[in-house]
Design a protein around this ligand. Sequence first.
Ligand code: NAD
Length: 484
Amino acid sequence: MTTATQADAAGKVNYEFTHTINGKAETSKTSFDVINPATATAFAQCPDATKIQLNRAVASARRAFPGWAKKSFEERRAYLHKFAAAVRERSEELAALITREQGKPLSNALREMAGTANSLEQMANIELKDEVLRDDGKNRISMHFRPMGVVGAITPWNVPVGLASHKIAQALYAGNTLVLKPSPYTPLSTLLLGELSRDILPHGVFNVVGGGNAVGQWLTKHPGIDKISFTGSVATGKRVMESSSGTLKRVTLELGGNDPAIMLDDVDIAGATAKIFNGAFGNCGQICMAVKRVYVPEDLYEPVLEAFAQLARNHRVGEGFEPDVQMGPLQNKMQYDKVLDVLEDTKRQPGVRIVAGGHPLNRPGYFLEPTIVGDIGDNTRLVTEEQFGPILPVLKYTDLKDALARANDTTMGLAASVWTKDIEKGAKVAAQIQAGTVWVNHHVGSEADIPFGGFKQSGLGREHGVMGLQAYMEPQIINVPLQQ
Ligand code: NAD
């Protein structure tokens, strides 16, 4: 396994990454380059699954389904705990591969791996109980949750293994079998996770296939798939929903966010700016629930802007393996170009102030300085779109009602935060924001026992918690007459 993460002097990883189909390794005749975003050069190859291979993966998952569904929650819990232990044991290797293909600092990749193991365990610790809905002497009506069948999971490139782990844990613990397709930008760590599972899970229960967007589309159209669990952009989410409709697949969509942070006038400036900064620039701004806009009372505007600027100037940007680095590159050229385009549009806005950053780094790779933007209008791309990069607009307000209206004036509604010394007031303001999760004095976080998902176009359904688990199952009503 070690060779999968070790690079030669030229930075290349000479390892044959494979799909996991029916518990066995498979290669493909064709493969594609995987790029290290810190150097903008290819470092390894990902096998590109054919339709026949995808069909085989779905068929093996179908064959494995009845046996897996028959196992008790306790039995499936034991498997997932064993998988979590194996992940923990290999987390340094997996983390190194994440840093190489995704770009994030190694310390963050290690956190992603710790989160992966925790998520596999925590989800499998949830107790799902049958419910008696009526028991009145005439009828006993109860509700039970049954496994659905085969789940198709499709994941993005920002948190490749962490986000995959949520889907693996929920799908398998619920009693379904799984075919998982990672993003073509960051497929290798997930392929390695599949490799790791081969000695632990019964064959066919967990399949991983590498490939481009076409493989994702085949999965959403496949008649052998019962549910699609998708995490990615709003635009792709809509396409996924459309192509899943052919066989009325169940869908869970975890999509984008344009998440506001609202500071109230009693805020602790130093504490809040530091936390909001981390919430905005973690993973180079490439987090669905990251802070994407900050609203600040007019009287506090200049000191807050300067505090953010100081944090940005001191933030260490570099290759993920460099010691003490806090932020890596953007993950891929397409995203880098998109963020640079938003930056150029921002610079063209009348009266705008770039108070820190604003430039790419003078080195190979997709690096951009952490950038703080002041005095920008509401109707600009930086404010209305999900920038998904290291640029933060800081916006002024005079009236809280007006700030709330502006925060809610978006088609998205994933997450948000309110910042104040008065926790009760914070909770009241939080309730007025249209978003699936609103934190007070905190931003960004995900726990396996707490439901997560978006209002409006940020998604459909929820992942995590009992609610998330139930979304991977079919509720069944058993209605028994007690008198004949
Ligand atoms: P993307 O939508 O471009 O791709 C996501 C996945 O979908 C990839 O595996 C891709 O190959 C696949 N895909 C592409 N076209 C497809 C199609 N027609 N049918 C089926 N599959 C297809 O997203 P991305 O750029 O990889 O990720 C970034 C986006 O993900 C951002 O908008 C971010 O906010 C969002 N995201 C959301 C969450 C959440 O939990 N809500 C978490 C992380 C990222």
